[in-house]
Design a protein around this ligand. Structure first.
Ligand code: PMP
Length: 445
């Protein structure tokens, strides 16, 4: 339809326009692709809208008190009240909203330095550096640590920010099958031997890149096995803990905590503040020498805006709570972590008992409920919204088209009653849409 713009070139939006699945996506996600208002906490308020033939929104009203199974609010820190919100408010009154400058240009506050120290201590590394966006953390860190002549071995389901950063670095990239240690080992063996004597290293650096908890699958990285391979093949390891930090492990300190692995053995621990901490931004934690290099050479650090004071306040206070370093709220972090584990296991088991196919690790707060057929996505989303439940449905390009799913995010802020309400709704909708694959646990799930 739009082969040529008036200037004779293809229009700037041409690829999007020809990409019918993305166009379709604008129509299918009834709970989302729509504005919300208020805190995305246990409940969320969605703004109702109509779409005209050109897919333009018109606001009609609001759906308040919608049970929220859509946000990455694992520990329930997306709140407008409580100690974190109070500290963020106090900080805005004292320090304002924006640093109006880059980190090197008078925009490093004492709070900034304190957050970096706190994060390093929390994840068990020597030093840490924070960024104002999680995506930028990955996108700009790979070019700072690897380049031409280096090899990145990347899990096929790694987040777009990792893939983006890896490509920007100029390093060679090989992708291994998701969480497949056999494929990873094969690729390592090929990369290292390549007909060379054992002592020869054909690559300047080899970096294996994985996520702690995969956001579309709910799978957890096989860290113990990767550590064994690391001993044998001596690569560097980069773990993106966006979804695992604050969400897994008995102390909420991510996959090292979960698998009882010393974080000193992992070269780079990356994480974001947008999920468990209810804030914004990302971090890299590593040995001091690596962090020094990143501070000086990472474009996101040098040219990007510093994280803002209220965001830093939210990070600091939520980490203190998780680490049980806030004497006024002793035990609250542990309570949240335990509720998250209970809620995640309870809902996952409940769905299996009802006969749904769910993906992922038993302790994952991300629970993908398989719909398979993308045509069922709009109805699932719509029917849930009718019952005042907000869920995200996902398809291509985030997953293969035939593996479309509803992706539930569990929070410590959910009550057992909330989860029971969802299970009843899911049972009804699953029955009506023929999404259930057996009549329940009696069938042997
Ligand atoms: N890494 C992973 C694994 C992610 O899932 C995300 C975003 N969901 C990011 C990085 C980027 O983080 P942010 O949204 O905080 O920019």
């Amino acid at each position: 339809r739009h082969l040529m713009a008036r200037n004779g070139y293809a229009p700037l939006y041409s690829d999007f326009d020809s990409f019918y699945t993305r166009r379709l996506k604008l129509r299918i996600n009834d709970c989302f692709d729509r504005p919300t208002t208020g805190v995305p906490g246990r409940y969320i308020t969605l703004l109702d809208r109509e779409t005209d033939d050109n897919l333009h929104f018109r606001l009609k009203g609001t759906t308040t008190d919608t049970l929220n199974l859509s946000s990455y609010n694992y520990l329930g820190f997306a709140q407008s009240e409580g100690p974190c919100a109070d500290f963020a408010e106090e900080t805005v009154r004292r320090d304002g909203i924006s640093m109006t400058g880059t980190i090197g240009d008078a925009a490093t506050t004492s709070l900034h330095v304190e957050v970096e120290r706190q994060i390093a201590r929390f994840v068990g590394k020597e030093d840490a550096v924070v960024f104002s966006m999680g995506f930028v953390t990955n996108a700009t860190t790979f070019p700072a640590i690897v380049g031409k002549g280096c090899l990145i071995l990347s899990d096929e389901l790694n987040h777009a920010s990792i893939r983006f950063g890896a490509r920007m670095s100029g390093a060679s990239i090989q992708v291994f099958a998701h969480n497949s240690m056999t494929d990873l080992e094969k690729k390592l063996r090929d990369a290292i031997s390549q007909g060379q004597p054992r002592t020869h290293r054909p690559w300047k650096k080899i970096v294996v890149t994985v996520e702690g908890l995969y956001s579309m699958e709910g799978t957890m990285v096989n860290l113990p096995r990767i550590m064994e391979l690391k001993k044998r093949y001596r690569f560097y390891l980069f773990v993106d803990e966006a979804h695992s930090i604050g969400a897994v492990g008995p102390r909420g300190r991510g996959v090292c905590d979960y698998f009882k692995i010393d974080p000193a053995e992992v070269d780079i621990l990356m994480g974001t503040f947008t999920k468990s901490f209810g804030a914004n931004g990302g971090y890299i934690a590593a040995d001091k020498a690596i962090i020094d290099k990143i501070r000086c050479t990472n474009a996101g650090q040098i040219y990007g805006e510093a994280p803002t004071p209220p965001v830093l306040a939210q990070i600091l206070s939520s980490v203190r709570l998780i680490a049980d370093e806030d004497p006024l709220h002793s035990g609250e972090g542990q309570e949240r972590l335990q509720r998250l584990v209970f809620n995640s296991r309870y809902l996952r088991l409940g769905l299996k008992r009802l006969g749904f196919i769910v993906y992922g690790h038993d302790d994952s707060p991300i629970i993908p409920v398989m719909l398979y057929n993308p045509a069922k996505m709009p109805a699932f989303s719509h029917e849930m919204l009718k019952r005042k439940i907000s869920v995200v449905v996902v398809t291509y390009p985030a997953t293969p088209l035939e593996l479309s799913r509803a992706r539930l995010c569990i929070s410590a802020s959910h009550t057992k009653q909330d989860l029971d309400r969802f299970l009843v709704a899911c049972d009804e909708v699953g029955e009506a849409l023929q999404i259930k694959f057996s009549s329940g646990v009696a069938g042997g799930l």
